[in-house]
Write a new protein. Structure first.
Length: 416
């Protein structure tokens, strides 16, 4: 038996909802068709680098490559003309203060030293003989004074005796006058002997001064030549490592020629090369992390070079920690300078060719990811990998950070 089924008519509300959904689909499709019709370029998503804007703490850093160099370098130089006789060390070896590094020879200088030493010995012997002779003469004069004093004493006694006897007539006036004249002569002889002794002493002192001056002059000459001969043996001035020996055995060197380059291996600094477009962010005192490929060491910026060389500026870094065992001069290192610590800020992976603290533009993706449109943004501080967003983007926005050379002439383009 057949059963009749009655159909229920759709209510007006269901018809309205269905119509709205249909119109929305048609509108979205039309919008997409309109957008696609406006875009003149279509790129594959796999050929683009897309990054998402994030919010959070952001460390601003600047990176640079460089090398470790000695903080203080000492060059040992030749004190005179010579010939290299022997090299006792090689670059890279460590030496202690006083170690002989290079031996030089100069036969003419050594002969000059021998002649000067012989001349000094002869002059010292001559001076000694002269001193003995003059001391003997002074001793004789002192003896003459003693004799004169004794003669004077005898003349005084004789004169006193004649003076007492002449009153009694025991001696003649002639004998009395003779005694008086003898006394005067004895007094004069003593005075003359004393004057002669004083003059002799002055003459002796003047001659000794002159001889000492000539002797000291010759001693200084011998000492100078001896120093030059000693300097033919080039010794390490500090505990150090030899960086360079720009000479070879048999080579002639002149006064002032560089012989050896020394450096204290424990007193190294890092010289980093920072791109000139980022140098305005660098300041003395900023914290730096130096990577020696095997270890990381902390330091601080101590100097910024005032000149730009081949697009880079040199920044010196002094270490605040003990250096690892692999640290040595000329070792290649990487440095990361901490510029600032930003809290709760927007940032994104750094778009190619973008510069920090500038007005720029990026290509922002639509919500469905099918379109990219150029958007003006204001960039803040940046590091090698990230840059701060000041204005123009929101958290969660997606932007293209790869090379824009293929699409930079377009305001927007399609992505599939």
């Amino acid at each position: 038996m057949d059963i009749a089924v009655s159909e229920q008519k759709a209510t007006p509300i269901r018809k309205y909802v269905t119509a709205c959904i249909t119109m929305a689909i048609i509108f979205i499709g039309a919008y997409q068709l309109w957008q696609f019709s406006r875009a003149e370029l279509t790129l594959n998503a796999n050929s683009l680098v897309i990054s998402q804007v994030q919010r959070g703490d952001f460390t601003v850093t600047v990176r640079g490559n460089g090398v470790l160099v000695p903080e203080k370098v000492q060059w040992l130089s030749a004190s005179g003309d010579a010939k290299v006789d022997a090299l006792l060390y090689k670059p890279g070896q460590q030496v202690r203060q006083g170690d002989e590094i290079v031996r030089l020879t100069n036969p003419r200088l050594e002969q000059e030293l021998s002649e000067a030493e012989w001349e000094l010995s002869a002059l010292e012997a001559e001076h000694k003989a002269s001193d003995l002779a003059e001391q003997a003469a002074i001793a004789k004069q002192r003896s003459d004074i003693l004799n004169a004093q004794m003669a004077l004493t005898g003349a005084e006694h004789e004169y006193q005796a004649h003076q007492e006897l002449i009153a009694t007539g025991a001696v003649s006036k002639l004998d009395f006058q003779r005694a008086k004249i003898a006394l005067e002569q004895a007094q004069q002889a003593l005075r003359s002997a004393k004057v002669q002794l004083a003059e002799s002493i002055k003459s002796l002192q003047a001659q000794q001064h002159a001889r000492f001056a000539r002797l000291n002059q010759l001693k200084n000459r011998v000492s100078r030549i001896q120093t030059q001969v000693n300097d033919l043996t080039v010794r390490a001035s500090i505990d150090s490592i030899i960086l360079a020996l720009p000479i070879e055995v048999g080579q002639h060197v002149s006064m002032g020629s560089n012989i050896a380059k020394l450096a204290n291996q424990n007193a190294l600094i890092a010289e980093l090369q920072i791109p000139e477009i980022q140098i305005q962010q660098i300041a003395v005192g900023q914290k730096v992390t130096i990577d020696t490929q095997n270890n990381e060491v902390l330091g601080r910026v101590t100097r910024i070079d005032p000149e730009v060389v081949q697009g880079n500026v040199q920044v010196d870094v002094a270490f605040s920690q003990a250096l690892p065992s692999d640290a040595r001069p000329a070792l290649s290192v990487n440095g990361e300078i901490t510029i600032a610590q930003l809290s709760d800020t927007l940032y994104v992976s750094r778009p190619l060719f973008s510069q920090s603290q500038t007005q720029s533009s990026v290509y922002k993706l639509s919500s469905d990811g099918l379109m990219a449109e150029r958007t003006a943004v204001k960039l803040g501080l940046g590091s090698v990998s990230y840059v701060q967003i000041i204005q123009g983007l929101q958290e969660g926005d997606q932007v293209i950070t790869s090379d824009p050379s293929r699409f930079e002439s377009y305001t927007q383009f399609r992505i599939n």
